[in-house]
Design a protein around this ligand. Structure first.
Ligand code: RP5
Length: 178
């Protein structure tokens, strides 16, 4: 497959209204990564979500990363598990901020995913979140915080989310023995 003439055509990605691209290495990552989608939906941030695998669909990954900025995306959230090369490889093909989510793997509980994503060489940054659904939720929130720098209405919705979260904790802060 080294001869370009024998390669299948790379995927083409159409222009999009989405500001955030959520990609993941496998459909099996979706139960984790949908936490990013849910918080973005709550904050009324447009997103797209799809499987793009660094290892199983490398040309699709390159086409996605290369076309992302031109299609209108502002931030990419990339989740992967195990030998989690997707966030770093996407970051190497775009200037957009890439937020990496280590998906919890079966064999090593996601420590492999975390180390694969976080240990990037200098020059290619990936903002790495924590392992699993908390990391995916925070990836959505981080993308929203980036976009809120130039969107006052989103900034207000984010502040409202933070206030509601704080109040929910304060309302149930008192602990008593049964
Ligand atoms: C990675 O390999 C994916 O991100 C997934 O977390 C992991 C296992 O993929 P499956 O074999 O479950 O499709 O590329």
């Amino acid at each position: 497959m080294n001869d370009p003439s024998t390669r299948p055509p790379a995927d083409k990605f159409a222009a999009t209204d989405a500001l955030v691209g959520i990609i993941m290495g496998s459909r099996n990552d979706w139960p984790t990564m949908k936490a990013a989608a849910e918080i973005l939906r709550e904050l009324q941030v447009s997103f797209e979500s799809m499987v793009v695998s660094a290892h199983r669909t490398p040309q699709r990954m390159a086409a996605y990363a290369e076309s992302a900025a031109g299609r209108g995306l502002k931030v990419i959230i990339a989740g992967a598990g195990g030998a989690a090369h997707l966030p770093g490889m996407v970051a190497s093909e775009t200037h957009l901020p890439v937020i990496g989510v280590p998906v919890q793997s079966r064999a090593l509980q996601g420590l492999d995913s975390l180390l694969s994503i976080v240990q990037m060489p200098g020059g290619i940054p990936v903002a790495t979140m924590s392992i699993g659904t908390s990391g995916a939720k925070n990836a959505g929130l981080m993308a929203a915080r980036i976009l809120a720098l130039s969107d006052a209405a989103l900034r207000d919705r984010l502040q409202d989310f933070i206030t509601r979260q704080t109040n929910a904790v304060l309302e149930s802060a008192d602990l008593e023995l049964e």
